[in-house]
Design a protein around this ligand. Structure first.
Ligand code: 3H9
Length: 692
């Protein structure tokens, strides 16, 4: 008998406990254990009520995701739920923690559900590219109604105990320890105070209007995703008899399991967790209880806001009173926005402004900060000067970090007498919203300082990824390479609006030209100027963006860039066509037509090529680190798993063949990385490198 489930007979209550740390995932052993324990309890004459609880932090967080893609092991979860439902003796479930997916389905197989006030319930299956596959799509609508069930299943969102009670998923809310609640509620069942019933025997009422509305909402929110629509298909069939509905659910579940979207989303789930496994993971992070921020521009204000959300007091230093005013306004706006979105309570907002935030124009006011993050503009001389000053002013134990997006952390560290305490903490704009944090490790950064960067990331609810030093670290280095191919395709004949549309159809939230307009074309312009001296002679010139900038058009902030925003809507900027035409003529190019698939292939292959070089150079620890950077910092479509997971779906041999073909046009740009060539030869994959 497996020990991931236990059975205790306590008076006339049979208490089944699922104990499969860390999240009581419904692994094969748990599934078999539940069936056996229900049978044992039913055959014990002393028992009249059965209760199921979870040990540790949660009831169960669902199916064991690690079993996906492997040969299924009986009993299947859907059979377990039906087995519980068929129990002759009433079965109740006490839910705590995050009762998700298959965990909630087990609970729905029970005859009554009691939640603790803090429990969160939900069906996150869509975030893994599948639908609930153990009766969730059939039982939930019988309790909540079709419209409500379709909404919460297709969105994957979590419900509070109050909402779950209102929507019929819970029968009662009770405070206390699950074990005590279970015994108490079993007694209520016995006394007739808590009704029990088989959910599968209830009728679901047809609500075609709600289904149509749910479909329309999903088509708008996630037009490219398969699973949310399949969730609605399954819910729409919940008026069938339960066995037929479960069969329909199985069919749709199997369809989703076979998609690349499911594989990409599961990869993304584990990627976010895999990046925490760094060589420094066993080091004890240094305590960080106060933060100094130098620079109150968009980045500095965003970093300060992010720290304030996490309860860290912040001292922000700007050069003068005007700068401080701008920072004060930006942070106040960020905090007010968070209150408006329901992310921050008014009380917490007021407390932050009253005591957690200090402004100064004097770097000496950072003397007692545990960590100082510099977020001034990208000028090495300015940064060197600031770090030298911080080194003399800050207490000896303080860590010093730069938020630089490109510059050499080793050079910055060398301006101080504490290079082991210097690191890069590269946030992404807007820093209080974007989840990615590159922790940039210099040659001398101490291991526990790296661990501190990761601990800070966790505290700020960021996804921290370890990066080595090079121009642009992981993300911006790769971006710097593949962004060029969009320009090349534009010059060679694809309209920038076609390129944007093709990549948006692939799944990017925005195409590269729309992104450039949003970020500000002046930023790319400054980078090109900075790198002009080192630009290889063989590299193609595309002057279109420079010409646009020369007109003073920097994108959204000036109402014009590649697109024209003056009418309030985004429209192609007609003047750019003339610039494009002139640039093509100057380069002697006759524009050629591009298929959308060709655009995607070139763009993605360029991204994969540079990502491979980032792995070769040891800038990223593993392919999965690159994937995570792109998922959390660059709007990469999550259902594609990340550039290197996507690369595996194509195969290294196909990628090398493409690059060799395109190298006939531009041998400088389409250089095949040695690692990719090796992978093509031996048939290995990026997934193999992740496992290694
Ligand atoms: C499903 O149920 C399908 C059914 O409808 C039908 C089936 C037929 N399985 O996130 P954490 C691991 S689909 C395996 O850091 P937190 C996780 O990888 C499933 N492993 O903790 C990590 O391992 P490691 C529907 C899992 O407190 C460790 O547990 N359910 C699973 O920040 C700790 O996780 C979901 O999609 C799992 N289900 O967050 C829920 N869950 O230490 C997915 C976690 O080696 N899980 N692990 O890196 C979550 O959303 C979060 O983990 C949770 C806890 C909120 C539960």
């Amino acid at each position: 008998m497996s020990d991931v489930t236990t059975l205790e007979i306590l008076g006339s209550t049979a208490l089944i406990t699922v104990d499969n740390p860390p999240v009581n995932a419904a692994s094969a052993a748990v599934r078999q254990g539940l069936v056996n324990r229900i049978d044992e309890a039913n055959s014990n004459d002393a028992v009249d009520v059965i209760a199921i609880i979870g040990a540790g932090r949660t009831f169960t967080a669902g199916a064991d995701i690690r079993e996906f893609g492997k040969t299924p092991v009986e009993p299947m979860l859907t059979e377990v739920c039906s087995h519980i439902e068929a129990s002759a003796k009433p079965v109740i479930a006490v839910l705590h923690g995050t009762t998700l997916g298959g965990g909630l389905e087990i609970a729905l197989g029970c005859h009554a559900r009691i939640g603790v006030p803090t429990v969160q319930l939900g069906f996150p299956e869509v975030s893994l590219g599948i639908i609930p596959g153990a009766g969730g799509t059939q039982r939930a609508p019988r309790l909540s109604g079709m419209g409500a069930a379709a909404e919460y299943i297709a969105s994957g969102r979590r419900l509070s105990s109050d909402e779950a009670l209102a929507k019929g998923l819970l029968d009662a809310i009770a405070d206390g320890e699950p074990r005590a609640i279970a015994l108490d509620q079993a007694e209520r069942v016995r006394q007739g105070d808590l009704a029990t019933r088989r959910v599968g025997e209830l009728d679901a009422s047809l609500d075609p209007d709600a289904i149509t509305a749910a479909r329309a909402a999903v088509a708008k929110r996630a037009p490219l995703l398969v699973a949310p629509q399949r969730c609605i298909d399954a819910v729409a069939d919940s008026t069938l008899e339960l066995s037929a509905g479960l069969a329909r659910e199985r069919e749709l579940f199997a369809e989703c399991m076979a998609t690349d979207q499911h594989k990409g989303l599961v990869h993304a789930f584990f990627a976010e967790r895999a990046v925490q496994k760094i060589p420094e993971a066993s080091e004890t992070p240094r305590p960080i209880e106060s933060l100094g921020v130098v620079g109150g521009g968009t980045m500095g204000s965003g970093i300060a806001t992010s720290a304030l959300f996490a309860g860290l007091p912040v001292t922000l230093v700007e050069m003068n009173a005007d700068g401080l005013d701008r920072a004060r306004t930006a942070i106040a706006g960020n905090l007010a926005g968070a209150v408006k979105r329901g992310k921050l309570s008014q009380d917490k907002h007021d407390a932050i402004l009253a005591s957690a935030l200090t402004f100064s124009t004097d770097l000496a006011d950072l003397a007692e900060s545990d960590l100082v993050i510099e977020a001034v503009f990208e000028d090495m001389d300015v940064k060197k000067d600031i770090f030298a000053k911080l080194d003399t002013l800050c207490k000896p134990t303080a860590l010093l970090a730069s938020n630089t997006s490109y510059l050499d952390i080793n050079v910055i560290a060398a301006c101080t007498n504490r290079p082991t305490q210097v690191l890069g903490l590269h946030f992404f704009s807007p820093a209080h919203i974007m989840r990615l944090l590159e922790v940039v490790v210099g040659d001398q950064t101490a291991p526990d300082v790296v661990a501190t960067g990761f601990a800070l990331g966790k505290r700020l609810r960021k996804v921290a990824v370890r990066a080595g030093v090079c121009d642009g670290f992981i993300g911006n280095r790769i971006l710097g390479h593949f962004r060029k191919v969009a320009d090349y395709m534009m010059l060679d004949g694809a309209h920038y609006s076609q390129i944007d549309a093709a990549l948006e159809d692939f799944g990017f939230a925005m195409g590269p030209f729309a992104v450039s307009d949003l970020a500000g074309l002046d930023i790319g312009w400054a980078t090109r100027k900075r790198l002009a001296a080192t630009k290889p002679a063989a590299e193609r010139d595309v002057g279109v963006s420079d010409r646009i900038c020369e007109n003073g058009w920097f994108g959204r902030k000036t109402q014009r860039g590649f697109y024209d925003y003056r009418s309030g809507k985004k429209a192609a900027n007609p003047d750019v066509d003339a610039i494009l035409e002139a640039e093509r003529q100057a380069a002697g190019i006759t524009p050629a037509a591009f298929e959308n698939s060709d655009i995607v292939d070139r763009y993605m292959t360029a991204m994969i090529a540079e990502a491979t070089r980032v792995i070769e150079d040891g800038i990223a620890l593993r392919p999965v680190d690159v994937d995570t950077v792109f998922l959390f910092g660059y709007g990469f479509p999550r259902q594609r798993g990340g550039p290197l997971h996507y690369a595996d779906t194509l195969g290294a041999a196909a990628l090398v063949a493409r690059m060799e073909r395109w190298a006939e046009e531009d041998a400088h740009y389409w250089q095949v990385p040695a690692l990719l060539r090796k992978m093509a030869a031996d048939g290995s994959t990026f997934a193999d490198l992740n496992r290694a």
